[in-house]
Design a protein around this ligand. Sequence first.
Ligand code: FMN
Length: 221
Amino acid sequence: MGYLYRLLGNMDVVETEKTKTTIVYYSSTGTNYQMALWASEAAKAEGSEVRLVKVPETAPQALIDSTPGWKAHMEATKDIPVATEADLEWADALIFSVPTRFGNITSQMQSFIDTLGGLWFQGKLSNKAVSAMTSAQNLHGGQEAAILSLYTTMYHWGAIVAAPGYTDAVAGEANGNPYGTSATVSSEGKITDDIPALKAAVQYQAMRTLSVGQALKVLNA
Ligand SMILES: Cc1cc2nc3c(=O)[nH]c(=O)nc-3n(C[C@H](O)[C@H](O)[C@H](O)COP(=O)(O)O)c2cc1C
């Protein structure tokens, strides 16, 4: 009863305030950056305020410098802001995009997540709508495992996972991963999926996650 009263009492928040979406990504060769960018454009088109941020790079500079695609991507995205606790606290909806590495997320993303203990302890990561996207080289290279491992953390936060499922045809057409959009990349780092279908799936996932974030604003007001 108290919960319902609070919910209804805050309905004006849903009507009047823009949804805030933070898109957090890690990318070595540009795939997850591209997906994050598509999600950012889609969220803005839906009227959301958006922050597009990358997690800090932790790999040795010598390794990056010796890998041409990695080095070029770091240079091309040097002006993208680095993710902070404040970017996560600010948002109603969080979308993550991270490569699959050995069937898991990258250590760069995990390192950033491991700095969020204080925010979690204060309850500032709860009741946010979240979803995740990934890319991998192989068609069955661990995409689902990577996304699900990230969702384990989200459940600890008390976030609300707004995975695409099969709630729309476009979500199924790009690799059919119901947990989150997954791209397939060649060893040269080029996306081998049908780009319009992949982009449509990313756009749909972004729209769905921020819509859930908008609905959850009543819990966070
Ligand atoms: C150390 C390492 C581990 C990887 N592990 C996997 C894997 O388990 N499965 C897979 O299909 N691809 C794997 N890949 C390929 C990456 O998923 C691919 O490079 C990434 O999706 C590209 O994303 P980005 O362009 O955003 O960096 C691995 C790549 C590296 C460098």
